[in-house]
Design a protein around this ligand. Structure first.
Ligand SMILES: Nc1ncnc2c1ncn2[C@@H]1O[C@H](COP(=O)(O)OP(=O)(O)OP(=O)(O)O)[C@@H](O)[C@H]1O
Ligand SMILES: [Mg+2]
Length: 269
């Protein structure tokens, strides 16, 4: 899809998007400070992500948020996968870039902590699915990370809020890879961005080395969050290794973890 109409000079994204199509959803309470929209453009539902208001500076200022969106564009151009919503186009505006993605159908698996035990929440319903369906989603998530890992990307801020699951079609979408970047690099934040349920010890340690072994830990935690601590033998072994506190004792890379996962999966029959 191309968007033929450019924004007017200094036109705000919400104004522009309502000229362009029909805005049916707003995402303006994100920790990131970004503001995103669901918009029907030329009859197609799209997800449009912007860096939000320049005056709003929660953790990152506007320029830093724009940098992350540029990184998201880099990733979208470099990696294509059925689970990654396609980036249709980028519209430049005085307020920064607007990233126009395909809309992902389904429900966000991650919900606020207080709703996780609520049987009607997407998180609870997802966790209550038969193990085989959850395993199929994990296979896809790891397939995406195998692809990214082969090129040296290190995961950032991956958690259940990066998964949109369609309970009807069983399609999973992986969203918000904005902070993925080539590694290794040093933790220069202390506590890094992320959900602590998914984070490795080195993501809490200023100066620690962050590399794909950190991402391996996050993948292992993803299995634990969705399937709990009691896994069939071969999977248990892979996940226990992935979640070892000492990075040196984990799988050395995302592709290595993914190969071990696939191998263990094939042993389940
Ligand atoms: N392609 C998409 N299709 C439909 N909904 C989406 C899509 N991408 C994201 N969303 C929804 O929009 C919300 C915000 O998206 P995203 O997480 O990418 O934004 P963010 O600004 O990085 O926010 P956060 O601070 O939560 O990381 C998601 O939680 C999800 O509900
Ligand atoms: Mg984000």
């Amino acid at each position: 899809m191309t968007v033929a109409t450019p924004p007017l000079p200094d036109e705000a994204p919400d104004h522009y998007l309502s000229r362009l199509g029909t805005v049916f959803a707003h995402f303006d309470r994100q920790d990131s400070g970004n503001v995103s929209y669901g918009v029907v453009i030329d009859g197609e539902r799209c997800f449009v992500k912007t860096a939000g208001h320049p005056g709003h500076t929660p953790f990152l200022d506007h320029a830093q948020r724009v940098d992350l969106l540029r990184n998201a564009v880099r990733l979208a151009l470099a990696y294509r996968h059925p689970a990654l919503p396609a980036l249709h186009t980028v519209v430049e505006s005085a307020h920064g870039p607007m990233l126009v993605y395909a809309w992902a159908d389904g429900e966000l698996v991650g919900v606020p902590r207080e709703h996780r035990d609520d049987p009607t929440s997407a998180f609870h319903r997802f966790r209550s699915l038969p193990a085989e369906r959850i395993l199929a989603v994990l296979d896809t998530v790891f397939d995406v990370h195998d692809l990214l890992g082969r090129d040296g990307e290190v995961a950032g801020d991956f958690y259940d809020g990066c998964l949109i699951y369609d309970f009807t079609t069983r399609h999973v979408s992986v969203i918000d890879l904005d902070t993925y970047r080539p590694g290794p690099y040093r933790n220069d934040m202390g506590r890094m961005f992320g959900s602590s349920r998914f984070m490795a010890p080195e993501e809490f340690t200023l100066g620690a080395l962050i590399d794909q072994r950190t991402s391996v830990f996050t993948m292992g935690r993803t299995v634990r969050v969705f399937l709990g601590d009691h896994l069939p033998g071969p999977l248990q072994e892979v996940v226990t290794r992935a979640c070892r506190p000492d990075p040196a004792e984990r799988h050395a890379s995302l592709p290595e973890f993914c190969a071990a996962w696939r191998d263990a999966r094939s042993q389940l029959g």
